[in-house]
Design a protein around this ligand. Sequence first.
Ligand SMILES: CC(C)(COP(=O)(O)OP(=O)(O)OC[C@H]1O[C@@H](n2cnc3c(N)ncnc32)[C@H](O)[C@@H]1OP(=O)(O)O)[C@@H](O)C(=O)NCCC(=O)NCCS
Length: 458
Amino acid sequence: MLRRAHLLASVSRSNGSKRFASTKSLKETLQEVIPGKQEQLRKLKTEHAQAVIGDVKVENIIGGMRGLKAMLWEASVLDPNEGIRFHGLSIPDCRKVLPSAPGGKEIIAESMLWLLMTGKVPSEAQTRQLSRELAEKGELPPFVEKLVDSLPATLHPMTQLGIGVAALNHDSVFQAAYEKGIKKSEYWTYMLDDCLNLIARLPALAARIYLNVYQPGTPLPAINKDLDLIGNYSTLLGFGDNHNLTEYLRLYIALHGDHEGGNASAHTAHLVGSTLSDPYLSYSAALFALAGPLHGLANQEVLRWQFAMQEEIGSDVSHEKIKEYLWKTLKSGQVVPGYGHGVLRNPDPRFIALQEFCDARPELHESSIIQLVKKTSEVAPAVLKEHGKTKNPYPNVDATSGCVLYHYGLKEFKYYTVIFGVSRALGALTQLVWARALGLPLERPKSLSIDALEKLIT
Ligand SMILES: CC(C)(COP(=O)(O)OP(=O)(O)OC[C@H]1O[C@@H](n2cnc3c(N)ncnc32)[C@H](O)[C@@H]1OP(=O)(O)O)[C@@H](O)C(=O)NCCC(=O)NCCS
């Protein structure tokens, strides 16, 4: 709490405007922060290695490791009731203190990335400097462009993204340095270079996939060195003039950037990275975990399901009709997409932030799909409670993330998980840098067969 108060105070001083004391780069700032964390971990290892912080129950092993405290993850911690905090800052805190783009109001990927990596709120100057660095690194190597162009338009955009990201490992500076022979204490600097290169190139890669699949033949504009990462992404997608969509993308991508380490995509990146695979290979693997319908694909599923609901119930969008449709979905043995969560036990603060974005824009009050999503969120928790299975009957971020994209003209919902993939790189790649800075070992949990488990019980 102390740390958080300090962070908030540090940005509210000096004439009530944001404090921009330092123009140190991200790497220089990390260089300052890392020794303190290394010392903290060294103390834990030497003084508390045998401290017990919980039991392992049979239900943990057969229940997808839910609730098992078994991973170190620096950038964020998820509280089941309160939601996510990034180095102590909640989503409303972040929306107050993190710099936005020039002419924009919403938080952006660069300021969130800085916070995730360093635990500090960046100054406006640092944010702009990082935007420029990313824009300068944003072009794709020609062979990756050719590779992506050669993929069939019928291949799911997430598969294409995973392929493109893996191929970018051709230029991995970590891999090249490792082959030459580097000290373990230097790993993180090469990792950071790779991670920034990857984050910088994601918009060009993701936009190329979008145009190839949905608007073949449309040329991609050049990256604008004066724009922020997501301002460029929106422009490359063809929505540069659509200020509302660009702002929404900025907010969605920043606040979706990290959700602690246990979720399938983040955990996959961490696991693969622990073998000293480079960030491209690690994040490519993570993207294929994100592509599952219980994880990142849920945002595409929500829209598909809401449109099917709309078609069935027609213009009479009453709570009663929505309730009937919810029961129909549940009775057919399907999950209600956009509801429930592996950890959260209250409405998702990310859902609340996106709803606030919608509530603040009069044009979105007129959108039938946004109003249907909102009305569904008023009815579904009670239905899911009565159904009695899900531990969390409340909406998660995916309940609303897609309908705003749809309203503002990005209507191809098979593409939505790609946007999530651009976002989640912020947290997963941050952790790769920290894992190497802290010298974390190869991940290797113990598994048991049913017979072996039974023997341990009796
Ligand atoms: C997110 C999700 C995978 C979490 O799974 P989980 O941790 O196993 O959730 P729970 O412990 O609450 O699950 C208990 C039971 O409730 C069911 N359940 C959970 N969420 C449900 C939902 N939205 N609709 C219907 N049933 C649901 C589960 O399928 C499970 O049923 P089972 O016992 O027959 O296997 C799950 O809530 C889900 O499938 N949600 C819909 C997809 C989605 O929105 N994903 C995006 C998450 S950000």
